[in-house]
Design a protein around this ligand. Structure first.
Ligand code: ATP
Ligand code: MG
Length: 359
């Protein structure tokens, strides 16, 4: 069976690698030939606005998925004429616009922080004041790793926002002074079977995920599962879905949804019975889903902007290195390291050594 993936970055690479033992071949549609998935997937190089290239791609696969939600919905609809695309264009359209996403969450009675659409400076001033000038202005579309965001801490910060920035569709969110951030990742099959991974605790630095630790051991786990099930059922979803949450006291506020395998689920490669990548591929191929049970507590560290020496990492017991084959560039995710738990001493020491290596 051949699985088509739109995009050929590290997520596509890890999906393709997870497909190999199952005999699943991967074909990635990509605008560039030098991409992380090139080592383990066939590539169709073309532009996303070239219908004949897209058709050529669709005709050689049995099902199509994507690694990134910033894809033109029209492309997905066009491809759906040739073979099934999962998740569907409906899930894609909603999750690529922060405002529509928040509105859907509210409709499903999943709590979110206060937010509103912004179209002008006057609207920004008024609504920022309503949030005591403690807010984040975000582009509604195409944001990732904290890009397209302006933190507002005082009235003065509004002056930093240029009129050109205000031409884009924007959303203003109140700043949530959260206790911690967690994410729920789950997978759903075409037949409606759902499997949840343990809730994961996430640490971000300057808007980019730095460390994830699973399990989060949070009393909010069942609530997160309940919210996840609502979304999966609403979309009649097929594949892996991630929800990022802010925890504040007893409250669980949804921050955003990602209709794909997620960085905060990379720990599952070494810490869960079946990784998120394998389960997404199983869902695409209509194979039975694998167990999502924890094998061992695991911490995942992102290598951002530069990579440590692999030998320095691998001499730390119970580490696993996942290299993406990307050129180093500031703020770019280049690899991640998983550290699994055997005992308290080993885990704490390994954790600290990795913090020091990546500092
Ligand atoms: P990613 O692609 O890494 O998920 P993103 O660009 O989509 O990031 P968000 O998830 O919206 O951006 O924000 C990145 C991080 O910034 C959050 O994980 C959180 O740490 C912080 N953040 C975003 N919005 C808020 C908010 N309203 N209140 C407090 N912190 C926030
Ligand atoms: Mg996020």
């Amino acid at each position: 069976m051949k699985i088509g993936i739109l995009g050929a970055g590290q997520l596509a690479r890890m999906l393709a690698l997870a497909g190999h033992p199952l005999g699943l071949e991967t074909v990635c549609f990509t605008e560039l030939a030098m991409v992380p998935a090139a080592c383990c997937a066939k590539l169709v190089v073309g532009r996303f606005d070239d219908q004949s290239a897209l058709q050529h791609f669709a005709q050689q696969v049995d099902v199509i998925t994507f690694e990134n939600e910033n894809i033109d919905v029209n492309v997905v609809e066009f491809l759906s004429g040739y073979c099934p695309v999962y998740p569907t264009s409906a899930a894609l359209a909603l999750t690529q616009d922060r405002l529509l996403e928040k509105q859907l969450l509210q409709q499903l009675e999943i709590p979110v922080g206060r937010c509103c659409a912004i179209h002008s400076l006057a609207e920004l001033e008024k609504n920022s004041a309503a949030f005591n000038h403690d807010a984040i202005l975000k582009t509604r579309r195409f944001g990732y790793d904290g890009k397209g965001q302006w933190r507002i801490r005082s009235l003065d910060d509004l002056a930093k926002i240029k009129s050109a920035d205000l031409q884009e569709p924007l959303i203003l969110e109140e700043f949530i002074p959260f206790d911690e951030e967690v994410s729920m990742i789950a997978v759903r099959s075409l037949q409606g079977q759902i499997k949840f991974y343990p809730l994961t605790k996430n640490v971000h630095h300057q808007g980019i995920l730095k460390i994830s630790v699973a399990p989060a051991n949070s009393p909010l786990e069942n609530l997160a599962r309940d919210y996840m099930a609502r979304l999966l059922t609403h979309f009649n979803y097929v594949g892996v879905l991630a929800i990022e949450f802010f925890c504040k006291g007893e409250q669980l506020l949804a921050n955003e949804i990602a209709p794909r395998v997620h960085n905060s689920g990379h720990w599952t490669q070494n810490g869960a019975v079946t990784s998120q990548f394998e389960n997404h591929m199983r869902a695409m191929a209509q194979l039975p889903l694998g167990e999502t049970t924890l094998l061992a507590k695991t911490a995942m560290f992102n290598c951002i902007g530069s990579e440590p020496l692999m030998t320095d990492v691998l001499q730390i017991p119970y580490t696993h290195y996942h290299h993406y084959g990307k050129e180093a560039r500031a703020l770019r995710k280049l690899a991640h390291i998983n550290l699994t738990y055997q005992d308290d001493q080993q885990f704490e020491r390994g954790y600290q050594q990795l913090i020091d290596l990546l500092a």
